[in-house]
Design a protein around this ligand. Sequence first.
Ligand code: COA
Length: 135
Amino acid sequence: MIYGIGTDICDVRRIQASLARHGERFAKKILSDAELATWRARSQRWPERGVRYLATRFSAKEAFSKAIGLGLRLPMSWRLCEVGKLPSGQPYIVLHGELKTWFEAKGLSAHISVSDETDYAASFCVVEVAEKSGS
Ligand SMILES: CC(C)(COP(=O)(O)OP(=O)(O)OC[C@H]1O[C@@H](n2cnc3c(N)ncnc32)[C@H](O)[C@@H]1OP(=O)(O)O)[C@@H](O)C(=O)NCCC(=O)NCCS
């Protein structure tokens, strides 16, 4: 059964401006440790790809925060929500810490889809809740 849906559109130029102003500190606020390693590798080779990576992660996390109905309120927080990637290229949500505990206690599962064009990154998230047996 659907628990919630969330969508987000992110202006890549705003992410670029925040990175220019705050440097890696901004990426560290948004990305998990694993994402930060990917972001660093991409940014070193091609800075523009680093910005796009950060923008799609930013929008995916906002979409997820809406699908769970919390927005960016605890236990939702940027670094506890990670976007992983399957060998096929499909993104998936990986949670950590308190957010993972909260999410699993509610019997939730998430599906995420991301997209980007020159100036925008967009994401859509569906969160399902396991149906209780007998209901
Ligand atoms: C959800 C949130 C991450 C989106 O912020 P944003 O990027 O600035 O705005 P967006 O345009 O992407 O999205 C805004 C829409 O998100 C939706 N939204 C807001 N809170 C939401 C929630 N808890 N769950 C699901 N959707 C939510 C609303 O539809 C809102 O549009 P509306 O204001 O026209 O009704 C942000 O509103 C948030 O973190 N809220 C929680 C914290 C908060 O409310 N702080 C304010 C002081 S109490």
